[in-house]
Design a protein around this ligand. Structure first.
Ligand code: AMP
Length: 127
């Protein structure tokens, strides 16, 4: 069981396979701590996923178990990606789904970066 109560890390998950280079991605950024790539099913004009390189199921696991350096490196990568994509001035949204109610499909911690149009307020009731 992971820290968050989710199942243990599954090294066969699709983002683990992307990290190992077994399946391709449209990469926008990579450094020691993180890989960022375009979402295969973009919900906004810009929709990028940023994933840490370590094996973490969720935000809870990552922040409980990763080193301070890895956590800082990951969040710096998120900010760098948004800047590189030209999203700083117009603004953007970052979001991470966790577990069933959170709608998490891929069990490797990731942050969505949405932008490219006004995004409205938060989430809508019912979906
Ligand atoms: P989540 O619901 O937060 O787990 O989001 C998982 C995201 O991963 C979804 O937005 C999917 O469209 C995206 N996704 C799934 N497979 C791939 C892939 N091979 N390359 C890029 N994005 C993917």
């Amino acid at each position: 069981m992971s820290v968050s109560g989710l199942p243990p890390y599954d090294p066969a998950n699709i983002f683990a396979r992307i990290l190992r280079g077994e399946i391709p991605c449209k990469r926008v950024h990579e450094d020691e701590w993180a890989l960022a790539f375009h979402d295969i099913n973009p919900l906004t004009p810009t929709h990028v996923l940023v994933i840490p390189k370590g094996e973490w199921v969720s935000a809870a696991d990552f922040h409980a178990g990763a080193t301070a350096e890895a956590i800082a490196g990951f969040w710096r990568a998120v900010a760098a990606v948004a800047k590189a994509l030209g999203l700083e001035a117009p603004g953007y949204r970052i979001l991470s789904n966790m577990g069933g109610d959170g709608g998490q499909e891929v069990p490797h911690f990731h942050v969505h970066v949405f932008g490219g149009r006004p995004l409205g307020r938060m989430v809508r009731a019912g979906g």
